[in-house]
Write a protein of this length. Structure first.
Length: 662
């Protein structure tokens, strides 16, 4: 992990600078700046006594600091910028200084101090209009989280930074965010998504062609992509991809460290593919790394060489390389590589396997403890930074409160007098308002009474209309139905006048008397007589068949589900069903010219379903005008909240379906 951090910080920090690449000496000075251009810190402090510090001065000092990027002078000048900016309440200057201090510590692997400064800078910028430098701060914090394997938090923080970078069009920051996001996703083994972000970084890096390390950054991104393929054991794809993407000779001239990282990737994939030149590639990478003291690559190539010799059963060489790698990794605190070396040693040196396993367990537990401790430490830094900020805010608030109290005390007397005057005026106004409200309420009561009278009158009219419709239905379905039946039965006298027929027709005179009685009592309660007592509903329906059979050759077929308990069915529902069946049978008798009529009554879980079907001439529903009979059927079903439908075609009979809720 540490070797990747070194490479990532070296490249990404360069992206965030606006000056040429700088080579650092042992004491942190910039070696390629002439001595006459190098500035003494004391001279900077002296220059402040000559003129007042302002934003122009801050910009001047910031440019000087950038020339010494991430060195001790960079840090010390940034501290001066913070102190002077605080004096004139220059928040942007304070944010810039805190961010610089964080970058200095991040470059020098003082991660706790780095996180502390970035957190302070973030708190300041979130309180400032425009949130200056927030994108860079968040991206740097994301790198810190990634370095401590908190990949999820790193991804979240880098995503926030990316949104800011895209909004501001900062191509340098966009590239850095894509790399951090991809690294975090790769750490969580989300390789497909990581590849997607590495490819986005390739697109973003093309916008940085004007900077000196453009080709190095591009090579770095290609190498990251190749490492994902290597992780997926696609070693041939690794070689093909890097061969087509990177010119190794040119890269070696521009940046030997990046050249080593790419060569290391190529050499390992060659070894995995059992390439004849894999050993020479591994040895060449190790030789160059040793020549420039690049310990991360040197350790990795030793492990790779050990793995190579182990595969060809040369255990003595394998053990020699692994022991060197383990010692070197431990001394340089590159513990991930130490774990790799120990795992291989336990496989090769089986005699000392238990010793290696103990060291692996101890080292793993130690690393896990460090990661947990770091996570808790960062959370504590966040908390403590908030606490310090709150304390400062409390002090500032107390100062403001002192001044506020003086104003309040001096104005309290005047305010009291004004309140008394206002109270008297308010009481007078309240009395007038109360009188006005009483008058308004009285007028409102009158209007409500008038509206109630109108509503009552409307309900009376609605009741009259409902009663008219009911009487109309009863006259049509009851009285008219019976009269029509009697007329059809008496019509036989036109054909037969024998004594037997006359005697049979005399019985219908009594029915006319019953109709007279029904007309006289219709205004009281038409619906109460038909199903009074224990009259069987099915028998009443069968009586309708008998009345029609007396003058017709129609065959009636009635099928009633035994599960229907008609005694429990509401009287009003039975009356409406009866009237609908009566109207339907009369229409069949008059117009259908049918031979058979089928009536089926079925009980379901929630409904009673009735089907009335004939094999008569039928009619076209589109051409047929809706008569009062059909309208009455529909109205009756609506009254009992049932469903009514009719199906008919010319020469294909008619079917009426009734669904009555149970």
């Amino acid at each position: 992990m540490k070797k990747i951090i070194i490479l990532l910080i070296s490249c990404l920090f360069f992206v965030n600078c606006n000056h040429k690449e700088k080579a650092f000496s042992d004491d942190g000075e910039i070696s390629n700046i002439p001595k006459e251009e190098q500035i003494n810190i004391d001279e900077i402090n002296e220059s402040l006594s000559d003129r007042a510090y302002d934003t122009l001065m801050r910009s001047y000092f910031s440019n000087i600091a950038d020339r010494y990027a991430y060195s001790k002078k960079f840090y010390r000048i940034s501290k001066i910028i913070y102190i002077q900016s605080k004096k004139i309440n220059d928040t942007v200057g304070m944010i810039k200084a805190k961010t610089n201090c964080g970058l200095h510590h991040l470059y020098n692997f003082s991660n706790d101090s780095s996180f502390y400064y970035f957190t302070q800078a973030e708190k300041l910028t979130l309180k400032t209009k425009g949130n200056p430098m927030l994108g860079l701060i968040l991206q740097s914090k994301a790198d810190l989280h990634w370095s401590h394997k908190d990949y999820s938090l790193s991804e979240t923080t880098a995503t926030r930074a990316l949104k800011i970078a895209k909004k501001s069009g900062d191509n340098k920051l966009i590239y850095s965010c894509y790399i951090t996001l991809a690294n975090s996703l790769a750490g969580m083994d989300k390789n497909v998504t990581a590849l997607d972000y590495y490819n986005k970084a390739l697109i973003a890096v093309n916008q940085l062609k004007g900077i000196p390390q453009f080709s190095v950054l591009k090579a770095q991104t290609h190498n990251y992509i190749a490492l994902i393929y290597q992780k997926q054991n696609q070693h041939k794809k690794v070689l093909d991809y890097l061969k087509s993407s990177i010119q190794l000779d040119q890269l070696k001239k521009e940046d030997v460290n990046m050249y080593l990282y790419v060569m290391n990737t190529i050499a390992y994939s060659k070894f995995k593919l059992k390439d004849n030149f894999s050993l020479s590639s591994l040895e060449e990478t190790h030789r160059v790394a040793d020549s420039i003291s690049n310990f991360p690559i040197k350790i990795t190539t030793k492990i790779n060489l050990a793995e190579y010799y182990f595969t060809i059963s040369d255990t003595s060489k394998a053990l020699s390389y692994l022991r060197d790698a383990q010692i070197m990794a431990h001394e340089n605190k590159i513990f991930e590589d130490e774990l790799k070396a120990l795992n291989l040693l336990s496989q090769i040196d089986t005699k000392n396997q238990s010793k290696y396993h103990k060291r692996i367990i101890k080292l793993t537990d130690s690393l896990n403890a460090i990661e947990r401790e770091t996570h808790d430490k960062y959370a504590r830094i966040e908390f403590e930074t908030d606490e310090i900020t709150k304390q400062k805010e409390i002090v500032e608030e107390e100062k403001n409160n002192l001044f506020t109290r003086l104003i309040l005390i001096s104005g309290f007397g005047l305010l009291s007098i004004m309140l008394i005057v206002l109270w008297y005026k308010n009481q007078s106004q309240k009395a007038k308002t109360k009188q006005l409200l009483l008058e308004q309420e009285h007028q409102k009561d009158k209007e409500e009474i008038y509206q109630l009278m109108l509503a009552q009158q409307q309900k009376i009219e609605e009741g009259k209309q409902i009663e008219k419709r009911r009487i109309s239905q009863e006259l049509h379905d009851g009285v008219m139905g019976k009269l029509s039946s009697i007329r059809m039965n008496l019509y036989v006298l036109n054909k037969k006048t024998d004594p037997e027929t006359i005697a049979q027709c005399l019985t219908y005179i009594k029915d006319i008397q019953h109709i007279e009685k029904e007309i006289r009592t219709i205004s009281h309660e038409l619906n109460s007589n038909l199903f009074s007592g224990n009259v069987n509903f099915v028998s009443i329906v069968e009586n309708l068949f008998t009345a029609i059979k007396n003058h017709s050759d129609i065959n009636f077929h009635l099928k009633v589900d035994e599960q229907i308990d008609w005694e429990t069915v509401n009287n009003n529902i039975k009356i409406n069903i009866y009237r609908i069946i009566q109207e339907a049978l009369q229409n069949i008798d008059k117009y259908a010219n049918a031979q058979n009529v089928f009536i089926k009554m079925v009980k379901t879980e929630a409904n009673i379903s009735i089907e009335i079907k004939d094999d008569g001439v039928g009619f076209d529903l589109k051409d047929k005008k809706t008569g009062i009979g059909l309208r009455n059927m529909q109205a009756r079903m609506e009254e009992i909240k049932g469903k009514f439908s009719i199906e008919s075609k010319p020469h294909n009979g008619t079917k009426i379906n009734l669904i009555i809720p149970n």
